[in-house]
Design a protein around this ligand. Structure first.
Ligand SMILES: [Zn+2]
Length: 83
């Protein structure tokens, strides 16, 4: 077996399904990639493109992220309009 690892830090981390999905007391839970908290699947927005049909971030994190980008977009638009 060949093992050519230099430092291992540059390797991108991919989570396996089992690592971010869990069933606790009959409730399907998923780990948010942003805040690393375990939350019920209902706490995630749906995204058909993803393997499990859910966002990798919980609603809370997704909202924070979109609010931020919306603000930035608004600011950028304002600048363009010269207000
Ligand atoms: Zn989160």
């Amino acid at each position: 077996m060949k093992h050519n690892r230099k430092d291992g830090k540059s390797v991108k981390k991919y989570y396996k399904y089992q690592q971010i999905h869990r069933v606790v007391d009959g409730v399907k839970k998923k780990r948010c990639r942003r805040c690393s908290k375990w939350k019920a699947e209902s706490m995630y927005y749906k995204r058909r493109r993803n393997k499990d049909g859910l966002y990798v971030w919980c609603k809370e994190c997704a909202n924070k992220a979109t609010n931020k980008s919306r603000k930035q977009r608004l600011l950028a638009a304002r600048k363009q309009e010269g207000i």
